[in-house]
Design a binder for this molecule. Structure first.
Ligand code: GDP
Ligand code: MG
Length: 371
């Protein structure tokens, strides 16, 4: 019987997971294998799902809770991918950790020989990775930085992503520094954007199985605080105007929102937007101070745009929602009319995994799994 291959791609918000899911799915599809993607978020109206669907990929979404706290949602999504599916690539929420204990071990216990799980890959953005490796908190709160560090600690493979933005000597130094700190992981230079390193890594996650090894220790109080330090906003706004240039407008909203958060001293973990005009799609993203990327794709010109905003910001949810509405009002007021379709803002609750299976090392050096 053929085994379903499961590949989990973790990493902090904005590290490049969704970009990698898309590139890996394309790579695997060219091999003739049927692939399905699973996205995950605390609330619906997800930029990631819309983006991947617009690329023609088969996407299942688990929203309303992370995979670990909604394990049954994850297994339903796996079932919905269909029996003919060969490979599932799943992206857990970027502020999630302890994935072996709460997802991978429970899946193996329940599905045994029917699945094979790839080593856990974790992407890292060099701008935040360097300070984290050097034991600082980057631009994050101490508890959120704790999550970032734990994600790297539990990984089997660390992909130092976005190396297209670094000089080769800086990449080499950062990869070496990271490998010295996270000794359980294989550390690889990578670019999800240019696909540098993709083939080698893809072959590894397609052909090697995750080892059963000791679970990491996670302090769930600090973990909960680290998640709650970020306010989340998922909104959808319908904007109408006369033959408007939607890319220009989205660029303006993104810049103005970014500036507003920074001026209010609210760290941007990840701010992303997706605009849809008929079959034309544009995305834009900011992953910290001074890290606004060029827009991807184009929504062209037209009379109606569906704008989705996902923001994870170090601010209270109500302050975040107010700042975002204020910026939209100011930018849209003269030339456009708008209707808010969805507007969810909240603080993630404390993680309460459906299962937590820890692995312990015995005196004879074998590993036992215990609930
Ligand atoms: N320069 C560069 N940008 C990247 C790379 N990978 C992702 N990005 C950008 O980083 C931002 C966040 O990427 P995304 O895939 O949404 O991250 P996620 O939050 O981890 O899923 C987007 O603007 C991407 O275009 C990369 O390898 N190089
Ligand atoms: Mg994503």
């Amino acid at each position: 019987m053929k085994k379903l291959r499961l590949i989990f791609v973790g990493g902090f918000l904005g590290a490049g997971k969704t970009t990698l899911l898309w590139k890996l799915a394309e790579y695997i599809s060219k091999k003739g294998l049927k692939t399905s993607l699973i996205t995950n978020d605390q609330a619906p109206a997800l930029v990631d799902s819309m983006l991947l669907t617009s690329k023609g990929l088969n996407v299942q979404e688990v929203s309303g809770s992370c995979f670990c706290c909604n394990f049954n949602g994850l297994t339903d999504a796996i079932k919905n991918a269909g029996e003919d599916c060969d490979v599932i690539i799943a992206e857990p929420v970027g502020s999630c950790v302890d994935l072996y204990a709460t997802i991978i071990h429970p899946l193996r216990q329940r599905y045994g020989d029917n699945i094979s799980v790839a080593p856990l890959s974790v992407l890292a953005d060099p701008v935040r990775l360097k300070p984290i490796v050097e034991k600082s908190n980057a631009d994050l709160s101490a508890s959120t930085a704790y999550i970032y560090n734990k994600q790297l600690e539990e990984s089997d493979i660390i992909l130092v992503n976005k190396i297209d933005t670094l000089l080769p000597a800086k990449t080499e130094a950062l990869v070496a520094q990271t490998a010295q700190k996270y000794t359980n992981a294989k550390v690889l230079p990578f670019s999800a954007l240019t696909c540098e390193g993709l083939e080698n890594w893809a072959e590894t996650v397609l052909t090697t199985d995750a080892e059963i090894r000791r679970s990491i220790h996670v302090n769930y109080v600090t973990y909960a605080k680290g998640e709650a330090d970020l306010g989340w906003l998922n909104g959808i706004v319908k904007i109408t105007g006369k033959n408007a240039d939607w890319d220009e407008l989205i660029g303006k909203i993104l810049d103005r929102l970014g500036k507003t958060f920074i001026q209010n001293k609210c760290t941007i973990a990840h701010l992303k937007m997706l605009g849809i005009n008929g079959d034309k799609v544009v995305t834009g993203s900011i992953t910290g101070e001074n890290t606004r990327t060029a827009l991807n794709g184009s929504a062209g010109k037209g009379d109606e745009l569906m704008l989705t905003i996902n923001a994870r910001i170090d601010a209270s949810p109500s302050k975040l929602a107010d700042m975002a509405l204020d910026v939209l009002d100011k930018i849209l007021s003269d030339k456009y009319s708008n209707k808010v379709k969805e507007w969810n803002y909240f603080q993630p609750g404390a993680p309460q995994p459906t299962y937590r299976v820890s692995v312990k090392k015995t005196k004879t050096n074998t590993y036992v799994v215990s609930d």
